[in-house]
Write a protein that binds this ligand. Sequence first.
Ligand code: NZQ
Ligand code: ZN
Length: 390
Amino acid sequence: MDNFTFYSPTYFVFGKGKENETGHYVRRFGGSRVLIHYGGGSVVRSGLLDRVKASLDKEGISYIELGGVKPNPRSGLVYQGIELCKKEGVDFVLAVGGGSTIDSSKAIAMGAVYDGDFWDFYAGRAAAERALPVASVLTIAAAGSEGSDGSVITNEDGMYKRPYGSEVIRPVFAVMNPELTMTLPPYQTASGCTDIMAHVFERYFTNTRNVEITDRFCEAVLKTIIKELPKVLEDPNDYEARANIMWAGTMAHNDICGVGREQDWASHNLEHELSALYDCAHGAGLAVMFPAWMTYVMPHDVNRFAQFAVRVWGCEMNFEHPEETAREGIARTKAFFRSIGMPTSFSELGAKEEDIPKLLDTLQIDGRTEGFFVKLGRKECEEVYRLACR
Ligand code: NZQ
Ligand code: ZN
């Protein structure tokens, strides 16, 4: 096990009706003038936004609103949010929605107290030293942004997507009522769960040895999704299954599944170029990329993939030919994605093989590599993209 530090100070408020306590927690974490940030309208239609506003009113907290965050959130709205915060003296950013809304809120929270261009952080030109406090009322189990230090924004000037991570944007609290996820269309539920699994895969396939505790956390999260997701696809109102999935989403990405070892993240970065170019759901893009990446890198550590097949999918170990077991685990992963309605190839996603050079260009892979389990240069990334076309 490698040395590590782990600090995950988000206050989680989990369960039925908890959104009605939002105002109480905003006050507790020092907010008095709030920007409520939300997406394309699901929180308006469900009545959630009104309940959140009522809970702020109850505490005498003033607020302004900025809706319109698109999935794969855009830089343009972030600039608007920053202006608004500066003009209105906002001291707290409250995201009501999913990962896109939370990520946009995080970018606004950094930009509002920074003199330069917020994109400096995402371009690697500056590190954020502070931010307004950010919190969320979560409506989809997926990105894990409610407990993560990350934010991913699409720059509209070139349509490319970049992540940024900093402790200053880890949310101070997250309200998580699993009932709020019951209005999700099945495709979004499945795409969210694929993202949850992907966050674990990025951490499970590692070159660091003897991190048994972290392996077992990872396997628990994966097995939970595999068991609970079919239940909610069958019955969207299954509270217990929704609750298990929602907490799994947070556990998959607050790094409890990653500490003590090297992580990969090539598949996420290869996917980000897909969701930036085709505006597909991030999870759907991952369902296409992961089986391809797994197929490509499996020979690097057959035993690790065989362990994954046996422990997660219940495959029988073929001791004479462990690569058979490893291959079976990958096949089971792909079949699972298909069974939950996810695309597993470029064409099913609406992506085009002839766009691969463009994807590699926006990835800016020349002269560097992606991933750590196996380091991928331009040629190797291209091969993974090509495998994803099959
Ligand atoms: O915009 P609205 O109308 O709210 O609709 C959203 C959106 O269309 C809808 N939705 C959300 N909750 C709903 C609902 N519809 C009905 N009922 C509900 N309860 O779902 C759609 C997708 O929302 P979005 O916020 O985009 O989903 P998700 O949470 O999957 O976030 C995806 C974004 O997170 C980034 C991805 O790249 C992507 O841009 N990621 C962020 C990470 C992080 N910050 O740590 C890590 C991840 O790996 C990921 O890259
Ligand atoms: Zn993700």
